[in-house]
Structure formats: structure tokens, C-alpha cells
Design a protein around this ligand. Structure first.
Ligand SMILES: [Zn+2]
Length: 257
């Protein structure tokens, strides 16, 4: 009888021990599950429409430089005498709007009719400081052209000789513009200009058309033409920026191997 009683006690103890083990296991499982749920809550939630957050969306910074500004009006329209400076500013602001809608951060070198400084040297130095001081991916300087032969018309783009990135950028922008306004595609040109020479990011001067040509002047002063053209410029800029991004990703991939 004594042995039977001891056996019974042992079985009872074993049962209690197993129950305690099971209970502990249950507690651990519940705890791990709760931790997992808390961790999930720490992760950023996707917005309802599946778009990226603001921080992720702004991937590029572009400096737009509306050429000239009071007291330097630049070229003037052959029929209306409208100075280039104000037209440049309108075009730059239209392009800014287009780019910002695409999630690009835009810095303007000037935001009103005045140059940054009345002194040309100081003005150019200030533009240089802005172009190179905001970690920009590219610089786009906007101008209106003039030429003694009044029959010459259409947009042009200039880059600094020997800068492959600047040349590729100029090509993307000019192609975008020509396509948007139904002009035949044109070659880009090297040009020895201050903005191009002193910009650390790849830079392009976009000459939107010739104020010395009557037809061009009329077009350049039309808001519809401006918006069409700047839509094309924005498309070209995005083509360039996205292609450099792919190049960088390809390079990183190659280095991994
Ligand atoms: Zn100009």
C-alpha cells in the first residue's frame, strides 16, 4: 500500500509539473506574439493611396536660374520691346511648378524682377553661391535668345565643353522642349558661359527661342506656349535625373559583385 501511495503521489506531481510547463509555454507564445504586433506598429504605415511619404518623394533638387533681372533686362523683343528678364522669370516659375508636382525640390536664384545684385559681378557671384550651395543635382539657366539674322528661330541648349553629364542633361532638356512644341530635334551646343563654367552640378543654359525673330517673340509671350514648353523641359529633366539614378544603381550593383 505504501508503494502504491508513493506512485500515486509521483503521478500527481508529474501531472502538476506538466501543467506548469504548458502554462509557461502558453505565456511565452502570447508574449512573443504581442512583441511582434508592437514591432509591426513601429513600422511606417503606407498612405492609403499607396504613395510614398513626403520624405521619400523628394529625391532630387534642381536649381532654376532665370537669367538677368533689373537693372539688366537682357535681350528685348523685336516687335514689343519686352525685355528677356521678365520672360525668363515667368518661364522659370512655370517650370518650378511642373517639377514640384513631380516631387522635385526647386531652388530659384531670383524670385522677382530684380537681379540678386545691381552690380553684374556681385550678381553672378551670388548665383554661383546658390548653384553650388544647396546640394543640387542639376542647374538649369533660362534665357531668351537674340541674333542679328532675324530669320533664326527656335530653342537651343548649351553645355560646357568636356562635361559629359552637362551635355547629356542639355540633350534631355532640349529634346523634351522640341517634342513638346513640335519643333524638329536640334543638336546641343558647347558654350563658354559663366553659369556653365562655375556650376559644380551638371548645368544647362536653355535658350527658349529668339526675341529677334517676330514669330518666336509672339510665341514666347504666349502663356499657352510657355506652359507647353516648360512641361517638355520638366519631362526632359526627369528623364535625365532618372537615368543618372539608374546609372548609380547599376554601378552599386557592379561593385557588389
Ligand atoms: Zn540672356
Amino acid at each position: 500500500m505504501a508503494i502504491q501511495a508513493k506512485m500515486k503521489k509521483a503521478v500527481r506531481l508529474l501531472g502538476t509539473g506538466l501543467a506548469a510547463l504548458l502554462f509557461c509555454a502558453l505565456i511565452i507564445v502570447l508574449f512573443v506574439k504581442r512583441e511582434k504586433r508592437l514591432n509591426t506598429l513601429d513600422e511606417p504605415l503606407p498612405s492609403p493611396d499607396g504613395q510614398l511619404s513626403d520624405e521619400e518623394e523628394i529625391r532630387f533638387t534642381v536649381v532654376l536660374d532665370p537669367g538677368h533681372g533689373e537693372p539688366d533686362g537682357g535681350a528685348v523683343g523685336i516687335d514689343t520691346g519686352t525685355p528677356e528678364a521678365g520672360i525668363n522669370l515667368s518661364y522659370a516659375k512655370a517650370l518650378k511648378q511642373q517639377l514640384e508636382a513631380m516631387g522635385v525640390s526647386v531652388v530659384l536664384t531670383r524670385e522677382d524682377e530684380n537681379a540678386i545684385s545691381a552690380d553684374k559681378k556681385e550678381d553672378m557671384a551670388a548665383r554661383k553661391a546658390i548653384m553650388n550651395g544647396c546640394n543640387a543635382d542639376i542647374v538649369v539657366s533660362i534665357h531668351m535668345n537674340k541674333f542679328r539674322d532675324r530669320s533664326v528661330s527656335g530653342p537651343m541648349a548649351f553645355y560646357i565643353k568636356g562635361d559629359d553629364a552637362g551635355e547629356a542633361l542639355a540633350k534631355c532638356v532640349l529634346d523634351g522642349v522640341c517634342e513638346a512644341i513640335d519643333r524638329p530635334l536640334r543638336h546641343v551646343n558647347p558654350g563658354d558661359y559663366f553659369i556653365l563654367k562655375h556650376s559644380e552640378p551638371p548645368a544647362v543654359i536653355l535658350e527658349c527661342g529668339f526675341l529677334s525673330n517676330s514669330t518666336d517673340e509672339k510665341l514666347l509671350l504666349s502663356e499657352e506656349h510657355m506652359n507647353k514648353m516648360m512641361q517638355g523641359a520638366a519631362k526632359g529633366i526627369m528623364n535625365y535625373l532618372n537615368s543618372t539614378n539608374e546609372d548609380a544603381a547599376d554601378k552599386a550593383d557592379a561593385e557588389d559583385k
